[in-house]
Design a protein around this ligand. Structure first.
Ligand SMILES: [Zn+2]
Length: 438
């Protein structure tokens, strides 16, 4: 086996370099060695034919629930990273709402050790904002950062106390790490199951109003403005939140934001159709919201797409709607659900790829990731923009088969994922062949 690999003849899109043309990409010793046309600068190399395929940086997911430790029946670091590889992701940032939560040096060391041993892609842990995610006391953010935390969040729950949020943002300002908030006013959302509107009326369930999210978004933006700390708004779901973020950005507030594939593509009508499988927090909203979120993503008000991959067991998602767990298993369907948006909206393919690559790298402050620049780690996703495929959850790498997309046909399929130069996923139709130049 040659130690160099040439990915040949693909349409290479690297938004970090404003690059979009047919070219060959050479990988050597786990790094991007050359991007160009004609003879590559090595004598012996293997070839992966990427004709008619898109070649781009491996995706980075800023919002993944890997569930380990404590939730291994739902997912493990091994299965979650395999699912990531299938979905074109080479980096996942795992949320700290495990059992126990990632709020100490010991827990971060545990995740990093298991990830190094069993993970197939890069795992960046996110540390808790508060001790035990209990919302009462600020965690030792400095200790967590020293042990590999790339950001901080109490995701699953909001940072309830404005005083703690303010102090976390002061830390963020001084140490350049984002505070990721799950914006939900628990007084307003208490007992809520679905969007307050058509879904709550039709299903006779308590609704979660848009203001439950927007009140906390507003508070966080005020605190970011005051402190100068970087707040990252998780899973934006409403038009109102997008408007608030737009105004804050225009005023120079240090804010970034993410939207999930499901909040861009599904509405509360899908909850009526797919029931428990479409139960998610924040809830699927209205068509007006999805359109506003799509505009916000297209024009950069929302910086990135993040999956909020939330795997659950079948038992957790079965039965009475009010007892079913919130969440969608999203890593393996992300690209397939998003490509359709490029076909039917102002969102360009370049913007979509940026939102999955250089966008999240910038939120984290890592210039070396999310790009195919020479010298960068050879994290690559190769996908077919036009290939249709059936979502067969029995073939998922993730243990979580909870998705409303089960049985649907999506357009846009990941064909290969390379992590530091090694193929961690290869579609059966692709082959790597070794060749020597004459
Ligand atoms: Zn959340």
């Amino acid at each position: 086996m040659a130690d160099a690999l040439l990915i040949k003849g693909g349409r290479v899109i690297d938004p970090a370099q404003n690059f979009d043309q047919t070219a060959d990409l050479l990988i050597k010793e786990g790094k991007i060695a050359w991007l160009g046309q004609g003879a590559p600068p090595v004598a012996v190399y293997a070839v992966l034919d990427a004709s008619d395929l898109i070649v781009c940086p491996g995706f980075i997911d800023l919002h993944t629930h890997l569930r380990q430790p404590g939730g291994e029946a739902k997912e493990t670091i091994a299965t979650g990273t395999l699912a990531a590889a299938r979905g074109g992701f080479t980096t996942v940032c795992c949320m700290p709402n495990t059992e126990p939560p990632l709020d100490s040096e010991a827990m971060l060391t545990y995740v990093r050790t298991v990830a190094a041993r069993e993970g197939v892609v890069r795992v960046f842990p996110i540390g808790c904002v508060t001790v035990g995610r209990k919302g009462l006391e600020l965690a030792d953010l400095n200790e967590l950062e020293m042990n590999g935390a790339v950001a901080f969040s109490d995701d699953g729950s909001p940072v309830g106390s404005p005083d703690i949020m303010r102090r976390a943002l002061e830390y963020s300002r001084d140490y350049q790490r984002p505070i990721i908030d799950h914006c939900e006013n628990l007084f307003l959302s208490q007992g809520g199951q679905v969007n307050e509107g058509i879904a709550s009326l039709e299903m006779g369930l308590r609704g979660i109003p848009a203001t439950a999210e927007e009140l906390i978004v507003r508070r966080d933006l005020d605190l970011a403005r005051e402190t100068g700390g970087h707040v990252h708004i998780a899973h934006v779901s409403t038009e109102g939140s997008a408007d608030l973020i737009r105004a804050a950005k225009e005023a120079g507030v240090p804010v970034t934001a993410e939207v999930t594939p499901h909040h861009l593509t599904l509405t509360e009508d899908d909850v009526l159709k797919y029931k428990n499988m479409a139960k998610v927090n924040p809830p699927l909203r209205t068509e007006r919201d999805t359109e506003a979120l799509l505009r916000a993503l297209s024009d950069g008000v929302i910086d990135i797409v993040a999956t909020d991959h939330a795997p659950h067991t079948a038992a957790d998602k079965e039965g009475d709607f009010t007892k079913a767990a919130f969440g969608i298993s999203g890593l393996e369907t992300a690209l397939g659900s998003l490509v359709g948006l490029v076909m039917r909206s102002d969102l360009s393919l370049n913007n979509l790829i940026a939102a999955l690559t250089v966008g999240p790298a910038r939120v984290l402050g890592y210039a070396q990731l999310g790009t195919l620049e020479t010298g960068a780690p050879a994290d690559v996703c190769i996908f077919d923009l036009h290939k249709q495929w059936l979502v067969d959850t029995t073939k998922f790498a993730s243990k979580g088969r909870n998705t409303p997309l089960a049985g649907q046909t999506l357009t846009g399929k990941v064909m290969a994922t390379l992590y530091v130069g090694r193929p961690v996923y290869l579609d059966e139709s692709l082959k790597i062949e070794t060749k020597a130049t004459p």
